[in-house]
Design a binder for this molecule. Sequence first.
Ligand code: ZN
Length: 48
Amino acid sequence: MQAGKCPRCSSTKLAKLAETTLQLTKSRAVKVVVYECADCKLIFYEGL
Ligand SMILES: [Zn+2]
């Protein structure tokens, strides 16, 4: 996994918005960090 990079423009200027838990199924959840790219404004998750 590439950490700290925007998946669209590969910028490393990211703003960390939140840490949250994504509920995938009833019995499965993953912890993710929500980032916003400062360059292209893409909001994306990154698994912890
Ligand atoms: Zn970007």
